[in-house]
Design a binder for this molecule. Sequence first.
Ligand SMILES: NC(=O)c1ccc[n+]([C@@H]2O[C@H](COP(=O)([O-])OP(=O)(O)OC[C@H]3O[C@@H](n4cnc5c(N)ncnc54)[C@H](OP(=O)(O)O)[C@@H]3O)[C@@H](O)[C@H]2O)c1
Length: 324
Amino acid sequence: MKRIIINQKQFMQKNSKIYVAGHRGMVGSAIVRELQKQGYTNIITRTHKELDLTRQEQVEKFFAEEKPEYVFLAAAKVGGIIANQTALADFMYENMTLEMNVIHSAWKNGCRKLQFLGSSCIYPRMAPQPMPESCLLTSELEKTNEAYALSKISGLKYCEYLNKQYGTDYISVMPTNLYGPNDNYHPEHSHVLPALIRRFHEAKVAGLKEVTCWGDGSPMREFLYVDDLANLCVFLMNNYSGDETVNAGTGKEISIKGLTELVAKVVGYEGAILWDTTRPNGTPRKLLDVSKAKALGWTYRTELEDGIRLAYDDFLNNPMRAER
Ligand SMILES: NC(=O)c1ccc[n+]([C@@H]2O[C@H](COP(=O)([O-])OP(=O)(O)OC[C@H]3O[C@@H](n4cnc5c(N)ncnc54)[C@H](OP(=O)(O)O)[C@@H]3O)[C@@H](O)[C@H]2O)c1
């Protein structure tokens, strides 16, 4: 396979050409904000409408014309449990083709460094807690998002194989549950934290006396503010090389009950919170081992309550997002 070779120099320069794929999503938009904050001036983006990353010809043309030196791959077909379970084939096809197209075209056109966004939900169902990077592919996957996980693992492995076969410097990051500006607040398709923000906000506005949540509130979960993730992504682009992924989290956990009370407090909902224990709880505990990122010199900055305040502010002031 013919590839254009550019002299390898991994540090991003302030005027390096950087392509952020998925810049209108929660993660991609945070990466663009972080790059701009740090003074990077040559960021290129394309909307889904301008460039459908599942279309090989379009992607090859874009990379051949633009030749980005650095790529953050934050575009993906993302969804909650219901979407993942009902559209297994679509999740696999779209994510797999998108990833292969972007990574392959980046490599073919001399991209110096690419960063692939994984997700902690692709670790095995029964992974040890907290989950170290090394537990990837050590046992069976979670059935409810198997298609998504297999496609993500393929992207991650393709980066690793390019490194091994062609000596590239393509890396990946594995975020825990994220929240923050540009989140998805859809009543059925959103993740737990944005879903709670919306429910308590609507309950407050409607003057409801009680809100019922699923399960008993006992599962323990971890949450990272998306701007902190973006800070880590840029940090890793400049400071990390290696085939193994890097976990992105806080290393701190909170029960769903604790989270619910925190969101209610921030939103200003004063009614009762009831628990429907006939509904499933989900996995008892999901926490990342963040010692690798720490050893590299990075740690999160935004505490959960502060982050929820910022996210609620975005929810209130970003009506387009509230409708997603
Ligand atoms: N959100 C989380 O809690 C979380 C946690 C861990 C990991 N991650 C990872 O972070 C990455 C980004 O997630 P996110 O939460 O930012 O998702 P998001 O808000 O849904 O953003 C995804 C972006 O990708 C774009 N996209 C999807 N398919 C495309 C295509 N065929 N061509 C061009 N653009 C396309 C979307 O554009 P349109 O909207 O126009 O389709 C959207 O802008 C994903 O890889 C995800 O696995 C997210």
